[in-house]
Design a binder for this molecule. Sequence first.
Ligand code: GCU
Length: 425
Amino acid sequence: MKSFFFSVFAITISSLASRAQTPPATNYDETQVPSYILPDPLISTIGKPITTGKEWEAHQRPHILILFTDYVYGKVPGKPAGLHFKVTESDANALNGKATRKQVTIYFAEGDDAPFMDVLLYLPKTNHPVTVFTGLNFNGNHTIASDRAIKPARFFKKKADQTSLTDAEAIEASRGSSASRWPLEEIIGKGYGIATAHYYDLEPDHKDGWKTGIRTTMKDRLHISPEEWSAIGAWAWGLSRIEDYLETDPAVDAKKTILIGHSRLGKTSLWAGANDPRFAIVISNDSGEGGAALSRRIFGETIRNLNTSFPHWFIARYKHYNDHPEMLPVDQHMLLSLIAPRPLYVASAEDDKWADPKGEFLSAKAAGPVYRLYKLKGLTVKEMPPVNTPVGATIGYHIRTGKHDINLYDWQQYLLFAERHKSGK
Ligand code: GCU
């Protein structure tokens, strides 16, 4: 008898171990999505329904924010003492006279030898303070436009086909290489500005990036050890520091700042928007797993995939849920609900199955009840809309044709959404 139990136990253990070693193949088959139950953001830990915005703000919202802090992204410290700014360059005749360009260094502590980030702004020329889209960029400020006055990224990574070039040549060759992701003519033309910084200024995006990023260089000043937060947390913290600057710039209406991010930086914009209520509108473009997409819906990328390829993005505890999203006390619709009652836009791309467009849509839909506490309509449709058909009210959603990217079509929808939600802000 004893040996029977022992062998059953041993088989169970060994099958669990082998399961852990071979990650399941990525599921792209809708009929193979196992059924799941989402936690209800409007039921408190003691089973009490949350029925008013007041209860939500006093108890449930702070509780859910702590759950995301403790299980997924880690802490996000506040504004450091000694934070200061230096406008290092500006030109009132940038972009053929259509915009003002400003380059600002944000120092995270007193003194000019403090850790810092470089922010690039383009503002339309008007006589009133303007609304700014704030977002981090992937490859350096100098890649977002071919404007030769933009200071090159400090942490520039040469492309594989650029090995024959010197660093300086590679930088020049990459000027404007991400311009399609930042359609400045369109944005400025509609009367909005942009503020952006290279995410590597906060933490280089690799597993050892924390050693040279702010999680190390700011640890004593922020009184937080590197493992208490994550790369996504560090990037999100940087977005709030940009907002600190915007609040001081009279050309900007910082009460209306719109946060925007694509992909891993879309995950980041959601986390920054959840933590910092100063962001008036939050947009996540193709943010996928660990962003807008539901984790309990097994389709495309999984928590295990995220934590295996990008162990630094989240805190260590999130890894315990690699194969068990159903054991997490949260799912990503609850992250979206933390944006309420502020307008939120979630976007997907048809060919970006890895990010699970349907999981992003269902998540946005499931955040709706929290908006209804404020008598606001979230997503106004029941089913996923056809491609290139934006839907929604206070929560916007579209799935556009094409691949994982952020392009003019996406921005056009965000600009329309911003126009629609302009008044209340
Ligand atoms: C990878 C990753 C995604 C992420 C994306 C990106 O594909 O698996 O989670 O969103 O990179 O940031 O481009």
